[in-house]
Design a protein around this ligand. Structure first.
Ligand code: SAM
Length: 279
């Protein structure tokens, strides 16, 4: 098969294997060839080794296969795998992996090159997938992912906005968003409730020099009670006396009445430096 499958081809394949899109697995399939091309162009996969998360019926996979050197098409659902196998049967550079991406050993797939990750992500598990991508950063060159627009707003949020949270801080800690575009909910079958956004993300070379476990413990503590000041949140969550914390905040040049959503990555790093030996 040379191009993406059309809605009628998709429907007849689903019918052939007696399948209905599985909502629980986030199966909203892309059915617009222009959007598929836009995603592939943004991902820049020419001659690269690609890991596709959630290949489904192979809509993106067939296009990836035309440009990439190799495509590892990861799909958790055994049922949709029949469709994927049929769609990819003549594509010698596609390797289908029937596994949960969250349990995948990414290192085992890499040879000399780092992987380009591409995926129209299943929405129910987006955050976990993002944290797994952060963890596997040594083996990944970039990731180009479709997520719900609301998630993209959290990933792109600036300090001081309601969307700014732990996910934003983690994203800023590890990654740089290179580019993004929005996609209407009308280009999926079945049509989801909300629009989506495609983001291309690369990893920073200079992530902050911190003990990541401790750093994110502090970030979580600050966001544990969003509406409270960091003085109160940190004291409640980490069990540190307020008098001691006031001194810490002063040394970090942070006002005690700030809230977690006001703190930039640099602020969190400053806070970490003053707190790391206490927690
Ligand atoms: N790539 C196809 C497309 O663009 O039309 C399908 C995208 S659909 C939004 C997400 C796919 O991810 C589904 O096929 C679903 O079965 C699969 N999936 C869900 N959870 C997964 C997981 N933990 N690991 C791998 N694949 C998963």
């Amino acid at each position: 098969m040379e191009s993406t499958i059309t809605i009628s081809e998709l429907l007849s394949l689903l019918e052939k294997y007696s399948l209905k899109p599985n909502k629980k697995l986030g199966q909203n399939f892309l059915i617009d060839e222009n959007i598929v091309r836009k995603i592939i162009n943004l991902a820049e996969v020419d001659q690269k080794e690609v890991l596709e998360i959630g290949a489904g019926p192979g809509t993106l996979t067939t296009f990836l296969s035309q440009k990439a050197k190799k495509v590892f098409a990861v799909e958790i659902d055994k049922k949709i795998l029949n469709v994927l196998k049929e769609v990819c049967q003549n594509l010698s550079n596609v390797e289908i992996i029937n596994q949960d991406f969250l349990k995948l050993n990414v290192k085992n797939l890499t040879s000399t090159q780092k992987l380009c990750v591409v995926g129209n992500l299943p929405y129910y598990v987006t955050s976990q997938i993002l944290f797994k991508l952060f963890e596997e950063r040594n083996y990944i060159e970039s990731f180009t992912i479709m997520v719900q627009k609301e998630v993209a707003q959290r990933l792109l949020a600036k300090p001081g906005s309601k969307d700014y949270g732990i996910l934003t801080v983690a994203m800023n800690f590890y990654c740089k968003v290179e580019d993004y575009f929005h996609v209407s909910k009308n280009v999926f079958y079945p049509r989801p409730e909300v629009d989506s956004t495609v983001l291309k993300v690369t990893f920073k070379e200079d992530i902050p020099d911190v003990d990541e476990k401790k750093f994110f413990k502090i970030v979580h503590a600050c966001f544990s009670t969003r509406r409270k000041t960091i003085l109160n949140s940190l004291s409640n969550s980490l069990g540190i006396e307020k008098a001691e914390l006031k001194h810490v905040l002063e040394k970090a040049f942070l006002q005690e009445n700030l809230r977690a959503e006001d703190l930039s990555l640099d602020h969190f790093v400053r806070l970490y430096k003053e707190l790391k030996n206490i927690i």
